[in-house]
Design a protein around this ligand. Structure first.
Ligand SMILES: [Fe+2]
Length: 340
């Protein structure tokens, strides 16, 4: 019980695992309303912080986000600027890591400060108002997101179902993910699907959340047990949400979603390769301020992906990891991890 103070302290953070933290996972406390209290207070804090961040986005974005839980910006860049950015990404070799999940390999190339300084259009986009503003608004945190060049290779015949293809909520509070697509995402090419409005709590949803919180600690699906609740298509309907939207979009589209809402990667029957600039921003949902972000300090700004990369590489040197470095590759080179 020596860890009890730590488990209690984690209640005031984004800690989400029902399995690792017996306080968060306690059926008794959750029956008394612990999980629901964390959900509701995180939601009201996110709402109040977003009201202070509306200057970062356009008013249409505020509206579509409030309604759907995501924002889609087509033709995000003028065609010539987009063409140059795409060449900068596709034609150069970068240090990458690859993660194998079911029948999909995801390649991550950290977008470093040096890359942004060398490749003008890439740097301007990642540092620019549209990408930064939407991520910060959706995450309800005025902080520096982490960003990667992201290639997803899906090969349905190669292995078990990719776990990302089950509908789920990443965590109990607002958290933002962005994809700026450099290639088209076809309707049958495994697009992101999102249940519109599922970033909002309703009485039916809160009931469902409460039910999950009583049993999640022992759930067979490890993601669910760690607080990324999985939900079936039938349950989504029963909660009164509309049918999931398939976000199939052409290249040069930016999609930013609150992945607290239910989302999944649609199952693809054919091999797919998808290239995007990916950003992610998640902060402690219970701090009342919007800024004070250590990664916005001059020495650390634009450096999160490098730091993350260094930690991953260090771990990989000590033993096998889920996301080992694969050396220098161009983003569209075939994945190295199929060969393992
Ligand atoms: Fe997710």
């Amino acid at each position: 019980m020596i860890k009890t103070p730590l488990w209690l302290a984690q209640l005031a953070t984004g800690a989400k695992s029902f399995r690792n933290n017996p306080v968060i996972g306690s059926p008794w406390l959750n029956d008394k309303g612990l999980h629901i209290a964390r959900l509701r207070s995180a939601e009201s804090m996110a709402n109040s912080k977003r009201r202070r961040l509306t200057h970062l986005v356009d008013s249409e974005d505020v509206e579509s986000f409030a309604r759907d839980g995501y924002v889609v910006r087509r033709n995000a860049l003028p065609a010539d600027v987009f063409a140059r950015l795409r060449r900068q990404v596709e034609d150069h070799e970068f240090q990458a890591q690859e993660m194998l999940q079911g029948n999909a390999v995801t390649r991550f190339i950290p977008i470093t400060r040096a890359m942004m300084d060398t490749h003008a259009e890439l740097g301007a986009f990642v540092r620019g108002r549209m990408f930064q503003g939407l991520l910060r608004y959706v995450a309800a945190a005025n902080a520096d997101p982490i960003s990667f060049v992201h290639t997803v290779f899906g090969e349905p015949h190669r292995g078990p179902r990719d776990p990302q293809t089950l509908f789920h909520s990443d965590t109990f509070h607002a958290t933002a993910k962005a994809w700026f697509f450099l290639s088209d995402v076809a309707e049958d090419g495994g697009p992101l699907t999102y249940v519109p409005g599922s970033h909002r709590m309703t009485p039916a949803r809160l009931d469902w959340e409460r039910q999950q919180s009583l049993t999640a600690h022992g759930h067979a699906n490890k993601h669910h047990a760690h607080g990324s609740f999985r939900i079936s298509d039938d349950e989504i309907r029963e909660l009164g949400y509309p049918a999931p939207a398939r976000i199939a979009v052409p290249a040069n589209t930016l999609v930013v979603a609150d992945t607290h809402g239910f989302h999944a990667r649609a199952v693809s029957e054919k091999p797919t390769v998808r290239l995007s600039l990916y950003g992610s921003l998640r902060r402690n949902p219970f701090v009342p301020w919007t800024g004070l972000d250590p990664f916005s300090l001059p020495g650390l700004r634009d450096r999160q992906a490098e730091i993350h990369d260094a930690i991953n590489n260090w771990k990989a040197r000590r033993g096998p990891t889920g996301q080992p470095p694969v050396g220098l590759v161009k983003p569209l080179d075939p994945p190295r991890r199929w060969q393992i």
